[in-house]
Design a protein around this ligand. Structure first.
Ligand code: ATP
Ligand code: MG
Ligand code: ZN
Length: 286
C-alpha cells in the first residue's frame, strides 16, 4: 500500500477524462442512425407520461416509422408490460444488448432486468446515470426514425441524464392534467427544459374531460381546456388534449395497441391528432 500523491491524482483525472471521451465517442457512434429524439416529462407523477410515450410511439409505428421507446423510469418502468412483452427475455449479441421489439417498435426498460416487478429499486443519482448510460451506449438501437424517452416525474436525475447523454434532443413534450394547469405546476418542468436548452414541442393536457362510452356525452370532470392558455402564457407550443378513456386503460393493461384496436375511440383520435402535429413539426421543415 502507498499513499496517493499529487502525481496519481493527476493521472486519475487524466484517466477519467479519457474514459469520458471514450464513452462519449461510443454514445455518438451508437446513436448516429437515430434521426429524431424526443423526451416526455412532467412535473407531477401519474399524469400520463408513459401513456403518451407509448401511444405516440404506436402512432409513429402506424405511420411506418422505425421507432424506439427508451424507458428512463428506473423505479416504475411500465413500457414493457404495456407492450405485452413482460415475459420476453432481453438477449445480447455478445457485444450489445438487443432491445425487445414488436413490429417496428424497439423498447428497452429496466423492467426487463428486474426479476420480480415488486422488487423496489433503491438507486442513488450516479447509479441511475450509469444505468441510463448503458441504455444509451450498450443497446443495439440501429436505425431509428424516432426515439422517445419516457421519464419519471419531476426534473431529477433521470431526465437530466437523458438530456446529457442523448447529446441533442429534438423536442420535449410536457404532459399535464387540468388540475395541474390550474395550479400552474407544469411551469417547473417547462422552466427546467428551457434552462437545458432543449426545444419544447409543446404541452399536452391529459385526462381532459370524460366522454361517456354509453351516450358519447362529454363531461369535464376536472376543469378542462386550460392547457392552451397555460401554453400561451408560458410561451410554448400546445399539442392538444386527451380525454379520459376507459379503452386506454383496457388496452394498456393487456399490452394492446389502442390506435389499431380502437381507432375510433376518443383517446385514439386525440393521439392521432397529437401524433400528426409532432410528425409534421419534423417533416415540414425538411
Ligand atoms: N387519458 C386517460 N384516460 C384514462 N386513463 C388514463 C389516461 N391517461 C393515463 N391514464 C391512466 O392513468 C395511470 C397513470 O398513467 P401513466 O402511467 O401514463 O402516468 P405517468 O405520468 O407515466 O406516471 P408516473 O409518473 O408514475 O410515471 C395509468 O393507469 C393510465 O392507464
Ligand atoms: Mg410513467
Ligand atoms: Zn352517458
Amino acid at each position: 500500500m502507498r499513499a496517493t500523491g499529487p502525481q496519481d491524482k493527476g493521472n486519475e483525472q487524466q484517466n477519467m477524462g479519457a474514459k469520458m471521451k471514450e464513452d462519449n465517442a461510443k454514445i455518438k457512434e451508437n446513436f448516429k442512425d437515430i434521426d429524431k429524439k424526443l423526451i416526455v416529462l412532467s412535473n407531477k407523477g401519474g399524469v400520463g407520461k408513459s401513456t403518451v410515450s407509448l401511444n405516440l410511439a404506436n402512432y409513429f409505428v402506424g405511420r411506418g416509422y422505425m421507432t424506439g421507446l427508451f424507458d428512463a423510469d428506473l423505479h416504475g418502468p411500465m413500457a414493457v408490460k404495456a407492450l405485452g412483452l413482460e415475459n420476453a427475455e432481453v438477449k445480447t449479441d455478445g457485444e450489445k444488448i438487443i432491445p425487445l421489439q414488436r413490429n417496428n417498435l424497439k423498447v428497452i426498460s429496466m423492467a426487463s432486468f428486474i426479476k420480480s416487478p415488486d422488487t423496489p429499486l433503491i438507486w442513488r443519482g450516479p447509479m441511475k446515470m450509469k444505468a441510463i448510460k448503458q441504455f444509451v451506449a450498450d443497446v443495439e438501437w440501429g436505425k431509428l426514425d424516432f426515439m422517445i424517452a419516457d421519464c419519471p416525474p419531476g426534473t431529477g436525475d433521470e431526465p437530466l441524464s437523458v438530456i446529457q447523454l442523448f447529446d441533442n434532443i429534438d423536442g420535449a413534450i410536457i404532459v399535464t392534467t387540468p388540475q395541474e394547469i390550474a395550479l400552474l405546476d407544469s411551469i417547473k418542468a417547462v422552466n427546467f427544459i428551457k434552462e437545458m436548452d432543449v426545444p419544447i414541442l409543446g404541452i399536452i393536457e391529459n385526462m381532459s374531460g370524460f366522454i361517456c362510452p354509453h351516450c358519447n356525452k362529454k363531461t369535464d370532470i376536472f376543469k378542462a381546456g386550460g392547457g392552451k392558455k397555460a401554453a400561451a402564457r408560458l410561451d410554448v407550443g400546445y399539442l392538444g388534449k386527451i380525454p379520459l378513456d376507459t379503452k386506454l386503460v383496457e388496452t394498456m393493461d393487456r399490452g394492446r395497441n389502442l390506435l389499431s384496436r380502437f381507432p375510433g375511440s376518443p383517446a385514439a383520435e386525440a393521439f392521432n391528432n397529437i401524433g400528426k402535429i409532432v410528425e409534421e413539426s419534423f417533416t415540414e421543415d425538411e
